[in-house]
Design a protein around this ligand. Structure first.
Ligand code: PLP
Length: 377
């Protein structure tokens, strides 16, 4: 079975497993305890904080450990809901992950405004620059790269505009981290990430926020994370996350992702040829080297996913599916695709261990399934 769903979650790499095991065996203490075991745990956690801050380019105290990106994103929006004045708007891109979209809607209701995206999936910079010149929101949130399409967002440019107007800028970098170099992301005022998208364990992530202002905790009952997130930190998975990120940053520095981008591009060309009428979403703009979002010409997306599964390929429809009932993608809808097109989208997302041969096998598998679907088999 070939796994093409790394944007949903990626396998835990060996280095991350080893780091987890080592921490579990050798650092049993609670980082808040005052004895030698506690101090050792605290030291290891401080090292991890420094490492992550070094990768991102920020202050180590800017890092708050969380149980993942959903928590980190909710925590940030909860904080802004408590600290912004009652009139301030929060602007988020129309293609944010539901954990940003839904929490913004929950906390801000009508004061939540969507930044439109163009048909290629990139936020509309003209709209943004014009609106910003007119109104100042209390927060702007635009993800670094989209989980469904892989389309990279101009977060550096957005940050620069926000800095001009002194508006805080937040970027959900979940899909960027471990696939693109982290350096520079620390310039964003607020940033979130999660380990399980880049070879670390599930259930751990972080919020990066300027340490000069405290984040209001979502949870009560402990003073961990300088009073910003109550609850004993899970040191083994934090160290495991950093072990994974260290490996990814090294691979990225050595340019290993560039070869993988070529394999993906070759796959896209063959897909368009083998499956007449198919379209690659966001084809004209920079995208992550591992993600292909494709509109199939016919056959419902569930049919494709099931048939590909039987043929030995784990692929996805792309949109967050937590109930087993597929919702039409809000990302593709925001990009202007029609409901009948959105109903045919598939997402193929590779990982670092995916080979050129795996992409070729997927392309052949798709051609076979297409022929079956086309001939009504
Ligand atoms: N943000 C983005 C862009 C994601 O792709 C995901 C997961 O799919 C999340 C946030 C949620 O992350 P987590 O699974 O760590 O809660």
């Amino acid at each position: 079975m070939l796994y093409f769903d790394h944007n949903a979650t990626a396998p835990v790499m060996r280095e991350a497993r080893e780091a987890w095991l080592e921490a579990t065996e050798k650092i049993p203490g609670n980082a808040s305890s005052q004895h030698a075991f506690g101090l050792a745990a605290n030291r290891a956690m401080t090292d991890a904080r420094e490492k992550l801050a070094h990768h991102l380019g920020c202050h180590p105290l800017d890092i708050i450990w969380t149980s993942g990106a959903t928590e980190a994103n909710n925590m940030l929006l909860h904080h802004f809901a408590q600290t912004l004045d009652a009139k301030s708007e929060v602007w988020i891109s129309a293609i944010e992950h539901p954990c940003v979209h839904d929490s913004t809607k929950h906390y801000f209701g009508k004061r939540a405004k969507l930044i439109p995206v163009k048909h290629d999936g990139v936020v509309d910079m003209e709209w943004f620059a014009t609106e910003m010149a007119d109104t100042r929101p209390g927060l702007v949130a635009v993800m670094a790269a989209n989980n469904e399409t892989g389309v990279i967002q101009p977060w550096r440019e957005l940050l620069a505009i926000c800095q001009t107007y002194e508006v805080p800028f937040f970027s959900d970098a979940v899909q960027w981290l471990g696939k693109m170099p982290a350096q520079g992301l620390g310039d964003c005022d607020y940033l979130t990430g999660a380990a399980h998208k880049f070879g670390g364990p599930r259930g751990v992530g972080f919020l990066k926020a300027p340490h000069k202002h405290k984040i209001n905790s979502l949870l009560f009952g402990g003073k961990q994370e300088r009073g910003q997130r109550a609850g004993t930190e899970n040191l083994p998975i934090i160290l495991s996350m950093l072990a994974a990120l260290d490996v990814r940053e090294k691979q990225l520095a050595e340019g290993h992702h560039e070869t993988r981008a070529v394999w993906k591009e070759k796959f896209e060309k063959l897909l368009l040829r083998q499956v007449p009428g198919s379209t690659v979403v966001g084809a004209s703009v920079p995208r992550l080297w591992n993600t292909v979002s494709a509109l199939m010409p016919e056959g419902g997306q569930q049919r494709w996913v099931t048939r590909l599964d039987k043929a030995g390929f784990a692929v996805s429809t792309g949109s967050a599916c937590t109930t087993g009932k597929e919702e039409p993608s809000h990302v593709l809808t925001a990009m202007g695709f029609k409901p009948n097109e959105v109903a045919h989208v598939l997402r193929f997302s590779s990982g670092w261990e995916t080979t050129a041969a795996d992409w070729e096998a997927l392309e052949k598998g798709l051609a076979k399934v297409y022929s079956e679907v086309h001939h009504g088999k």
